[in-house]
Design a protein around this ligand. Structure first.
Ligand code: ZN
Length: 369
C-alpha cells in the first residue's frame, strides 16, 4: 500500500489543506476500484466504513489477496470538514460559495471535445485506455481558480480512469440505498446484493454532475456520439449508508465486509467471499421518488419510518402549529417505499420532509445525493 497526498494551493495566507489517497495493489492492475467518503463533510457513516475497509485491505494485502488496484480516499473533502459554524458542521455546502460539494464536477465528455473522435480506433478495448488518457490530460490542463475547484479536479485525477467508482454518503434518516445510472444494471444488482441496499435509484443525466454522474455519464455521452467503439468504461454509484447518526463500529465493520465482497466479486480481490449475502433491491427511477412537503409550519411527528412500504394517501405523520393548535396530517402522495426522512422535527410550510420511492415517474421532487 502506498500513500499519496495532494496539497491544495490554499485559499488564504497560512492555510493549506491536502487530499490523501491510500493505493492498494499494483499500479495499473485491473480492475481499478476507487472509493471515497465524506464528500459531504457531515456524513460520517461512510468515512467510518472506509476505515474498516482499509483494516481489511491491510490484512488482504499481507496475504497477497489484492489482484486489482484499490484506491481509497478516506476524507474526500478536507475543506468541508473544517467548516463549522455555531458548533455545527456545515457539511453539504461550501461556506463561502454555498455550492453543494457534490455538484459541478468537471464534464469529461465536454472537456475532451470533438478532438477525441480522430483518435478512436475500431477496437473498444484500445479506446478504453485512449479515452482514459484523454480524460487525465484534459483534467491536468484545467486551471482551477479556487481550492474547491482544485479539490474536485484532484479527486477526479485519481478516479477518472477507474473501472468502478463508489462514493460513500448518507442521508438524514434512511435505509441503505444507492444511486446509479441505467448503464450497467448487472453491476447495480451486484452492488445492491453485496451491500444490502433496500433500493437503487436510477438516473442517467441530472445535469448537476455529482461525482458518480461525472464518471458514468461521459462514457454514455461519447457512445451516443461515436457508437459502440466507445466501451462502458466506468460503473459509478453513490452509496447512502443510512442516516447521519448511524455511525457505529459494529455496523461499519459489517458494511466493510460487504464492500470486500463487492471487491472480490468484481475481481479486485481473491480468497475473499465473493458471493453477495443479500437479495437484489428494486431498481426505481429517481424521477419517481415523490417528495413529501410540509402543509404548514410547526412540530413534526412521524407515524411511518424509513423502510416502511406505504399506500397512496396513507397518513405518515402530523404537523401541529403550536400557536393556532391546528394539527394537519402528512400523507403519502404515492404508494411505495418511504426510504428517507429529514433530520429536523421543526418544519416550515413547503419544506421537504421525506421521500417515497415509486415505480412510475412522479411529480417533481428531486432527491439530493
Ligand atoms: Zn451526501
Amino acid at each position: 500500500m502506498r500513500i499519496e497526498t495532494l496539497s491544495l494551493t490554499g485559499a488564504s495566507a497560512g492555510t493549506r489543506r491536502e487530499l490523501t489517497l491510500y493505493r492498494y495493489g499494483a499500479a495499473r492492475a485491473q480492475p481499478k476500484v476507487y472509493l471515497q467518503a465524506g464528500l459531504h463533510a457531515d456524513e460520517m457513516p461512510g468515512v467510518l466504513v472506509l476505515q474498516h475497509v482499509m483494516d481489511l485491505l491491510d490484512e488482504a494485502s499481507s496475504r497477497g489477496q489484492i489482484i486489482g488496484e484499490i484506491c481509497i480516499v478516506p476524507v474526500a473533502n478536507p475543506i468541508g470538514l473544517s467548516q463549522w459554524t455555531h458548533q455545527r458542521p456545515l457539511g453539504r455546502q461550501d461556506a463561502d460559495s454555498l455550492k453543494n460539494f457534490n455538484r459541478g464536477f468537471p464534464d469529461l465528455a465536454k472537456l475532451v471535445g470533438p478532438a477525441i473522435e480522430r483518435q478512436l480506433t475500431p477496437e473498444p478495448e484500445r479506446n478504453l485506455s485512449l479515452i482514459r488518457g484523454a480524460f487525465r490530460k484534459a483534467l491536468s490542463d484545467l486551471r482551477p481558480r479556487t481550492d474547491l475547484e482544485e479539490m474536485q479536479v484532484g479527486l477526479m485525477m485519481w478516479s477518472c480512469d477507474a473501472d468502478y467508482v463508489l462514493d460513500l454518503h448518507c442521508d438524514h434518516f434512511a435505509v441503505m440505498h444507492l444511486y446509479a445510472s441505467s448503464e450497467r444494471p448487472d453491476v447495480t444488482s451486484l452492488l445492491c446484493r453485496a451491500v444490502g441496499a433496500r433500493l437503487a435509484l436510477i438516473e442517467d443525466f441530472s445535469g448537476a454532475n455529482a461525482f458518480d454522474e461525472a464518471h458514468a455519464a461521459p462514457w454514455r455521452s461519447l457512445r451516443e456520439k461515436y457508437g459502440a467503439r466507445v466501451p462502458q468504461g466506468c460503473f459509478a454509484a453513490t452509496l447512502e449508508y443510512r442516516g447521519q447518526l448511524d455511525v457505529e463500529d459494529a455496523l461499519a465493520r459489517d458494511d466493510a465486509l460487504h464492500l470486500m465482497t463487492f471487491l472480490a466479486a468484481v475481481g479486485a480481490l481473491t480468497g475473499v467471499e465473493a458471493k453477495p449475502a443479500h437479495p437484489d433491491a428494486p431498481h426505481l427511477p429517481l424521477a419517481g421518488a415523490a417528495e413529501i412537503v410540509a402543509p404548514q409550519g410547526g412540530v413534526l411527528t412521524w407515524q411511518a419510518h424509513p423502510g416502511d412500504k406505504v399506500a397512496a394517501g396513507q397518513v405518515l405523520g402530523h404537523i401541529v402549529d403550536p400557536v393556532s393548535r391546528r394539527r394537519m396530517a402528512v400523507t403519502a402522495p404515492i404508494a411505495g417505499l418511504m426510504f428517507r426522512t429529514e433530520f429536523w422535527r421543526a418544519c416550515q410550510r413547503g419544506q421537504t420532509l421525506a421521500h417515497v420511492a415509486g415505480a412510475a415517474v412522479a411529480p417533481p421532487g428531486a432527491v439530493g445525493r
